[in-house]
Design a protein around this ligand. Sequence first.
Ligand SMILES: C[S@@+](CC[C@H](N)C(=O)[O-])C[C@H]1O[C@@H](n2cnc3c(N)ncnc32)[C@H](O)[C@@H]1O
Length: 208
Amino acid sequence: MRSPVFAVWYSVLMSGAEPLLVRPVRKELLAAARGSLLIVGLGPGHDLSYLPPSVTSVTAIEPNPVMRRVAGRRARKLGIRFDLIDGIAEALPFESDSFDTLLSPFLLCSVGDVPAALTEFRRVLRPDGELLVLEHIRAEGPMLGRLQDLVDTPWHALSDGCHPNRRTKSALAAAGFAVADLVTATFPLPTPVSPYLVGRASVDPHPA
Ligand SMILES: C[S@@+](CC[C@H](N)C(=O)[O-])C[C@H]1O[C@@H](n2cnc3c(N)ncnc32)[C@H](O)[C@@H]1O
């Protein structure tokens, strides 16, 4: 979770992949952010480029010190003031009901304990708050999903704990988020980290 090598290669990879593959998706998703925004697993900080005026404050959690340095540099270039905190999704250092929006950007593939992280998301979000989801997930089709299962062990070792085959939509529903508005899409290049799940999830007042 704190590999400096991963932080460097991910930052370099994303400087190319972000404008090509991810930028329009992130931008559209972040347009829904409002009020106090918490970004968990900020990484190199691409989300900071797309903050809409409806966001009044930004706080971010990132456990990897090299990622924090890269994100801090990006924020300074953009002239953004925000709180960047060392921490993990499973134990967020905030009081309950602290945030209007929580962004989970390619994070849940890597967290050690997904149910614990999602319990924390619910706790720190205000009751009318919204979770913005952008997560790569296990493919539904038998071929690609099996392939993701096969590459999981080496991928996990090389990518600082990332699993390409997580069933994140079910995990969100099990944690009490309303997932009906989340959509599954694919990147235009074949990669083990496609498809992805994107959209807005509120706290479900009537969980199954
Ligand atoms: C695949 S990177 C994604 C980075 C960035 N969010 C993006 O969209 O490009 C995953 C990030 O989550 C962070 N991370 C991993 N496990 C975490 C945890 N348990 N809590 C918070 N962040 C975590 C990693 O350090 C890394 O920066």
